[in-house]
Design a protein around this ligand. Structure first.
Ligand code: UN1
Length: 468
């Protein structure tokens, strides 16, 4: 049985579902494939209107969905409401994209016609995390359906209630509910999904992502994986420390740092004192606690294990000579609350500056120059997001050329992504094609080059007239 518990009240069960076995997945894949054949032949206008009506349904249910996100994963309610709005925007965007299929016409080297067209792949296997329990399933599901595929959705067990509710909203509006198969479960269910899908899209941890990529590639499936980051924010001395500190604190600690795009390190270029004081003030004042309180910015972490990971990281930091400037402790509460934490003084090559700790932990690092800051920024096996804060355009452009990150943000938080732009990273952060934007259309379709010739003998019309 899959059971989700509320992170703020761990005794409270939020949702339950029975686990899908390998046999259930095989059967679901079969049903989905059958439904997909007619869906692929459905006019794009109809597919678009299904997605638009799901968007309307999400809008109507927005208060209920917001509450569910708050209760099930502990996302602060302002952020949870934002996620619902983003989910609506994603559905509307892909409804529109369904109406804008991309193909190309090529001048043939001989007679005839030469063009490309895109066709649905068939069955998309979607493996999704708990931290964006509505938006991430939808940013995979909406393009998969928009371009004529069926989907197997294997959501994270911690967010099974959100996935069930979202699937209901789709199922009631799809011409055949078999087009979306919700498959609750853990690793074994995920492996079965990989086995049966034509394309696999994964978002989640590094360790699981690598296994998914390996298995999908071995089975010859198309695969994309998005697996986290260790995202730096470089701050040059020409900025206002108070406003930069407030932006970076938000990027690092909103939703207790549980976003793969969260800022994990601030790299102060030059004299760090003013920035350090401003960060201490911003992290100290950050409202944290009950996620149902509209003022809360950082709620709980997802479960007891996440709390332990934070505690171990703090011990590790202390051992290495790190100074805990703010936080560093669990709260006296039954819920999984860990205080927003700021650490300074770790050796630059310390493992905590390279790996992802998925919680409310922000590290402060120091550099004498922009070059040194970029070297530090790039010293991680990940490469998802990075930001630079400066008024110096040349410095910003240099960072845009050299930071090893898929998302580069100038005077903006590392978190967030526009629906119409490609999303993903470099190095260990991602594998395969980017998500979202036009990239999604590429991922969920296959391209076919069509060459057309006439049956008549080649030659110019004049030659043919002469020879007849
Ligand atoms: C965002 O920063 O708003 O799981 C999106 C994650 C990312 C998405 C982040 N895949 O946190």
């Amino acid at each position: 049985m899959i059971i989700s518990y509320s992170p703020q009240c761990p005794e409270q069960q939020v949702a339950t579902a029975s686990q899908a076995s390998a046999h259930d997945v095989a059967e679901a894949a079969d049903h989905a494939r059958r439904a997909q054949r007619s869906w692929a032949g459905t006019p794009a206008e109809q597919r678009a209107s299904v997605l638009s009506s799901v968007a309307d349904a999400v809008a109507t249910a927005s208060a209920e969905l917001t509450d569910l996100v708050v209760t099930e994963v502990g996302k602060p309610c302002a952020e949870a409401a934002g996620e619902v709005q983003r989910t609506i925007a994603l559905l509307r965007y892909y409804a529109q994209q369904a109406l804008d299929p991309v193909g190309s016409v090529h001048e043939p080297t001989g007679p005839g016609l030469l063009y490309t067209r895109r066709r649905p792949l068939g069955l998309a296997g979607l493996i999704t995390p708990w931290n964006f329990p509505l938006a991430i399933p939808v940013w995979k599901l909406a393009p998969a359906l928009a371009f004529g595929n069926a989907a197997l959705l294997k959501p994270a067990p911690q967010a099974i209630g959100c996935a069930m509710r979202m699937s209901e909203l789709f199922a009631a509006r799809l011409p055949d509910p078999a087009l979306l198969q919700l498959l609750p479960g853990g690793a074994a269910t995920g492996s079965a999904v990989v086995e049966h899908a034509d394309a696999v899209s994964f978002t989640g941890s590094d360790a699981v992502g690598r296994t998914v990529v390996r298995n999908a590639a071995t089975a010859g499936r198309r695969v994309q994986a998005e697996m986290g980051g260790q995202n730096p924010a470089i701050v040059l001395p020409d900025t206002d420390p108070i406003s930069v500190a407030s932006m970076i604190t938000g990027a690092a600690l909103t939703f207790a740092g549980q976003k793969c795009t969260a800022t994990r390190r601030v790299i102060a270029v030059g004299d760090p004192r003013e920035l350090r004081d401003a960060l201490i003030a911003a992290v100290t004042e950050l409202p944290w606690g009950d996620p149902a309180d509209p003022a809360t910015v950082a709620g709980p972490v997802i479960d007891a294990r996440a709390c332990d990971i934070m505690s171990r990281a703090i011990d590790e930091a202390r051992h290495a000579g790190g100074r805990i400037l703010v936080g560093g402790h669990r709260a006296e509460s039954d819920g999984h609350f860990f205080s927003p934490t700021l650490v300074d003084g770790l050796p630059p090559e310390h493992p905590l500056t390279r790996r992802e700790v998925f919680g409310p932990l922000l590290l402060l690092q120091h550099a004498a120059s922009l070059d040194e800051a970029m070297t530090l920024a790039n010293q991680t096996p990940f490469g998802l997001a990075a930001s630079i804060h400066t008024n110096d355009l040349s410095a910003a452009l240099e960072a845009a050329d050299h930071l090893e990150a898929g998302q580069i943000r100038v005077n903006a938080p590392t978190t967030g992504a526009a629906v119409h732009t490609p999303f993903g990273g470099m190095k260990g952060s991602s594998y395969g094609e980017r998500e979202q934007g036009k990239a999604a259309q590429h991922f969920y379709t296959s391209v076919h080059t069509v060459a057309v010739r006439g049956l008549r003998a080649p030659g110019t019309a004049q030659q043919r007239m002469l020879s007849s």
